[in-house]
Ligand binder design. Structure first.
Ligand code: PMT
Length: 400
């Protein structure tokens, strides 16, 4: 069974008799580790009560575009950004038409337009409605836009007809939705990722470090695993669960991280340096706890080795991607680092903002290589990682 741990899923429920099955979908998604929010159209409320969905999901259900209370909690744009997957089940003929025409006069339609998450619909309608060229055309249009169509199933319908149009079974919907997170773009490739901060000791109890939470690096590790790669995650001290299926190395200092990186990069195809490595370390680490009786403490620091550039120099055929954490002149400084560190690409990260970068759940970055520059607008680190891994796979596969 494929895990959906850390995946954020909006279940959109529209007004069809199959809406009662959405409750089961919510529960099963949660069983697989997903964090689920429910959005219901007014039609859906005629079939199943928001309270049921609220009790199951453990979160308030979002129903109306003009619902002040819900907007104050998590507004529709925030919800659209929050999600990794928008799963609309059941999707009525009317709602599919709403999506095709880009109508945003209802909450779910607005979220569909605003989101850059994966989108799947599980159509549910009478067989005659499903067979109508208008419905088939609409579904084809959504498919062409990259929306995954799950089902419909065929059989006896609630109205007494027999034929295609019944919503797929919850298990099938969930399996196909899970598959959307996996690809084969890095199948069999070996990817090494550094993540989190490093800590440089001053004495047996004190150290200098930074605010990196490891979220960006861990999300990239999960996305690379989902793309079929064998992943080695070399991590400084963080407070996150280790992604399932990866080889994990825990390190403390920049020197530890360098040694582990050099060792594993030798056998790797791709190296991604997300870690916020401390640039300096104490020239000497005090053997005993430094006394705190003087008003001023002077510590001499020396430069740490540059891990990513050392790895790039030692492994010429390795595809190396760095991150540049900058607070001013973000793209210019990033371009400089791309060159001086000898990288194939660099991901420029503005760390002057508190809503992205260090320790936040979202990020907004620019991909820069020698012949292209691509902006990735603000989205969850999970979603961004999926997009960045797709970009890395595209560039890597182009060159090999
Ligand atoms: O961990 P999070 O809280 O999720 O935050 C994510 C992040 C902001 C840490 C991440 O997105 C990010 O920007 N990482 C790079 C942090 C950094 O150290 O940037 P830099 O511009 O100082 O370094 C440039 C590159 O050189 C980076 O790939 C870095 O890993 C590498 N480097 C830096 C110094 C050093 N001694 N060795 C290195 O390998």
């Amino acid at each position: 069974m494929c895990s959906l741990s850390n995946k954020r899923i909006i279940v959109g429920v529209t007004g069809g008799i199959a809406a009662y099955k959405s409750a089961e979908i919510v529960r099963r998604l949660q069983d697989r580790g997903a964090d689920v929010r429910v959005v219901m159209t007014p039609g859906a409320e005629e079939f199943i009560r928001p309270l049921t969905m609220q009790a199951l999901s453990g979160h308030p259900v979002h129903c109306g575009l003009l619902d002040e209370k819900a907007e104050a909690g998590m507004g529709h744009i925030e919800l659209a950004r929050w999600a990794d997957l928008l799963l609309i089940a059941p999707a009525t003929a009317d709602f599919i038409a709403t999506m095709v025409h880009g109508r945003a006069d209802n909450l779910l339609g607005a979220i569909y337009l605003a989101t850059s998450a994966l989108v799947a619909v599980a159509p549910a309608m009478n067989q005659g409605m499903w067979r109508h060229p208008a419905s088939l055309d609409n579904v084809e249009k959504l498919n062409q836009r990259g929306v995954t169509i799950i089902g419909p199933d065929s059989g006896i319908q609630a109205c007494g007809d027999t034929g295609p149009g019944r919503m797929e079974q919850p298990d099938t919907i969930i399996n196909q939705a899970s598959d959307m997170f996996t690809s084969k773009s890095l199948q069999g490739k070996k990817v090494v990722i550094t993540a989190g901060p490093t800590r440089e000791a001053l004495d047996p109890v004190r150290y200098i470090s930074n605010h990196s939470s490891g979220k960006m690096g861990y999300a990239l590790a999960t996305a690379a695993l989902d793309a079929g790669a064998d992943v080695v995650l070399i991590s400084g001290p963080v407070n996150l669960s280790i992604p399932e299926r990866c080889q994990y190395l825990s390190v403390i200092s920049a020197n530890d991280m360098l040694l582990a990186s050099l060792e594993y990069a030798k056998k790797a195809d791709i190296f991604i340096a997300t870690a916020a490595v401390a640039d300096y370390r104490a020239v000497s680490i005090a053997e005993n706890k430094i006394k705190s009786d003087s008003d001023v403490l002077t510590v001499n620091f020396e430069k740490n080795p540059d891990i990513v550039s050392t790895v790039a120099t030692a492994n010429e055929s390795l595809f190396v991607v760095g991150f540049a954490a900058e607070s001013t002149g973000v793209e210019n400084y990033a371009k400089g680092k791309l060159k001086t560190k000898g990288l194939n690409a660099i991901i420029a990260n503005d760390i002057s903002r508190s809503d992205i970068g260090f320790n936040s759940d979202d990020n907004e970055v620019s991909w820069i290589d020698t012949d292209s520059s691509i902006a990735f607008s603000k989205r969850s680190k999970t979603q961004l990682s999926r997009d960045l891994i797709a970009q890395i796979a595209h560039k890597y596969n182009d060159q090999h």
